[in-house]
Design a binder for this molecule. Structure first.
Ligand code: 5GP
Ligand code: ZN
Length: 137
């Protein structure tokens, strides 16, 4: 997509700190990292989000996220890793080109990804479960 910054980065038209590249993907350092080593997995072909991405490319992107996570551990930059993938403005997506965050974690770091649980009655849980099950099947 011509006006998509991640298309341009993935294609190498805009410079990035690339840590891995193959025919279909580029893995780069996030310009504003949550922690040192925070990486983004970018497919080279444009899909806006998880709803749009083709399934084989999705699998390849998550396999690259796994490889990146292992590399972060091996390099000593991470003791644990958060995989984050935002879809839609409401979910915090700021760049509308599918990407996976691989966020290295260390004891005592300042990253916060916690949520407060919402309280649902067992009837509400059943209702929600039924709605999702119906949509999935
Ligand atoms: P989102 O909020 O869409 O899930 O994440 C977008 C991420 O892309 C942010 O963490 C942001 O720092 C990163 N980002 C935005 N523009 C650039 C850029 O030009 N280069 C790099 N390396 N990262 C970027
Ligand atoms: Zn794009």
């Amino acid at each position: 997509m011509s006006d998509c910054i991640f298309c341009k980065i993935a294609a190498g038209e805009i410079p990035s700190n690339t840590v891995y590249e193959n025919e279909n993907l580029r893995v780069i350092l996030d310009i504003s990292p949550a922690n040192p080593g925070h990486c983004l997995v970018l497919p080279k072909s444009h899909a806006g989000n998880i709803f749009e991405i083709e399934e084989n490319l999705l699998k390849e992107a998550f396999a690259a996220a796994k490889k990146t996570a292992s590399a972060l551990k091996l390099s000593g930059l991470a003791d644990g890793v958060n995989i984050l993938q935002n879809n839609g403005e409401i979910a915090g997506q700021t760049v509308n080109h599918f990407h996976i965050h691989v966020i290295p974690r260390k004891e005592g770091d300042k990253v916060t990804l916690k949520h407060e649980g919402v309280k649902l009655s067992s009837e509400e849980m059943d209702h929600v479960g039924e709605a999702v099950k119906k949509a999935l099947n």
